[in-house]
Design a protein around this ligand. Structure first.
Ligand code: ZN
Length: 212
């Protein structure tokens, strides 16, 4: 049984998630922790729930989703995984952050890659990895068929979709990926986005103005 803890962090209001299961093992998805209070809150959550972090798994590597990668890496000694096609975003993250007006610590390269068709594993849990590019070239999502959970990063939001005007973005690619890979999932699948509230596949399928 997957437990999802959401932290709304950094000046861009990014959703960082900690996914854990009954074994206590957990994965950090898109750690964007920036302020000291945000990092303290994470440490308290991990300690209070006696969790054992095993890896960082990013949906994609825009700077607001990786601001806390070095903190988590150092704090828990765990590797950072994402899709290889987003490696250039990790390299450019400091300058990208400067364009948005703030300083960030350099993030070292990924320790390993996530691929479509493989699974994200922690404890007794396995989630499918799907590649859904268009917001960024290496964007992936994590899907639990057993528990109807979909962690989508910035591919899909409540009533909206990810922007496609950043380097490597493509509108048509994004729309077709959402329609073929996400809207074909059961309608009651709960969707956890990289910004904003939770939604579901059915709600977006029938009411998202970009998709109807
Ligand atoms: Zn993004």
């Amino acid at each position: 049984m997957i437990t999802i803890q959401k932290f709304v962090v950094n000046p861009l209001g990014e959703n960082s998630y900690i996914l854990s299961d009954e074994t206590g093992e957990c994965v950090f998805v898109d750690p964007g922790f920036y302020y000291t209070e945000e990092k303290e809150e994470v440490k308290e959550y991990i300690a209070a729930n006696k969790l054992k972090p095993v890896m960082i798994a990013n949906t994609h590597c825009h700077f607001d989703h990786i601001l806390g990668v070095e903190f988590v890496r150092e704090q828990y000694g765990i590797p950072f995984y994402a899709h290889a096609e987003d490696a250039f975003l990790v390299e450019r993250s400091v300058s990208q952050a400067q364009m948005f007006g703030f300083d960030m610590q350099e993030v070292k390269p990924m320790d390993g890659w996530l691929h479509e068709g493989e699974t994200l594993k922690f404890g007794n849990t396995k989630m499918k990895i799907l590649h859904v590019p268009g917001h960024s070239p290496g964007h992936v999502v994590f899907y639990s068929e057993e528990e109807n959970i979909l962690v989508v990063g910035d591919v899909l939001f409540y009533g909206s979709i990810g922007r496609t005007d950043l380097p490597g973005g493509n509108y048509d690619t994004l729309i077709s990926g959402i329609k073929t890979k996400l809207l074909t999932l059961p309608e009651d699948v709960k969707v956890y986005s990289g910004h904003g509230p939770e939604t579901s596949v059915g709600v977006e399928k029938w009411s998202n103005p970009f998709l109807t």
